[in-house]
Ligand binder design. Sequence first.
Ligand code: PLP
Length: 398
Amino acid sequence: MSQNTQQKIDRLVMNTYARNPVTFVEGQGCRLKDETGKSYLDFLAGIAVCNLGHAHPGVAQAICNQALKLTHVSNLYYTEPQARVAELLVANSFADQVFFCNSGAEANEGALKLARLWGKEKLGGAFTVITMQGSFHGRTLATLAATGQVKIQKGYDPLLSEFRHVPFGDLAALEKVWDERVCAVLMEPVLGEGGVLTPPPDFLKGVRELCDRRGALLIFDEIQTGLGRTGRLFAHEHFGVVPDVMTLAKALANGLPAGAILASQPAASLFGIGAHASTFGAGPVVMAAAAVVLETLTAPGFMGRVQETGAYFRAKLGELAEKYPQVVKGVRGLGLMLGLELALPGAPLVKQLLQMGFVVNCTQETVLRFLPPLVVSQSEIDALIGALGQVLAQVPGA
Ligand SMILES: *Cc1c(COP(=O)(O)O)cnc(C)c1O
């Protein structure tokens, strides 16, 4: 059965993913099961998507109820779940208004369009956006040009040319490339695909100050860092810095496709009637799921638990780093967005861990990345740490 599934997909679906040879059929919390019945602990959550875990009963119930009631009518009309989610996002963030779409790249595209309007309206036609080297903002033509990684851009030139990439954390470099053409800075508060890199102290504050001085928009891409991943509802809360615009997606509907652009005034009202649109944006089923996600994440005690679990996980990874200094170069990240920097390629370790029943990921070749559901328990972390210890012990020279 599995071979059939895997063969069909390999033959019939365009070959853009290096898939692992596992066919998952069901999940529950942090557990996944493949079609042979083998059980796995999930430390990836569908790449920071299933933050409440798999088959979350509240989310599943909301999806079923809404699907039986009303699935789609378009944004030419009002629907109730959209109102609920807009209210929850605005009540729990800096934003005054929201625009809904269906994915991260789409949210960033919209934010870039908003930056263009801002440049025209406020900065005499400025259109350049500064982004970070090593960043990831999506795969559409605009967002891959914004992305600071050549491998993502290869083959797609000529790229949109209005982006300038500076080293993450280098305020002087940012100031140096700034001229009257700049209308915005777009950045992740913590680089995700770029290797789970946290910013140096006061970098975000410095960027905020520069944007204020120049009248440019500060746009935070919190598609990966947002929605509880780092132990706060939004990662920028750790740094005491508030953006003008923020993009969300991944975990917003715990697995259904959802994206959002949040903005404060006056930026938000630059999107007037006809300025932007999405047929599927804020569909009732997706919004019903998102409402449960936001209600759960903002319930008293939830973020405190994420912080505690994150600290525990980080300490355990630190013990492994001390035990295997030849193999592990360091631990980094925030909350439950953690990375283990290795002195060697991580892909073989990911493969071994998968065989042992642990789903983890590797980014930037040498950084093992952990993005478990936020409901992961200490005993589940202990199980992973045990397996990881075995795998690290087997590395030659460990
Ligand atoms: C995943 C991701 C995106 C792209 O999201 P898609 O839904 O895959 O388009 C953009 N920015 C960041 C920081 C991401 O992690």
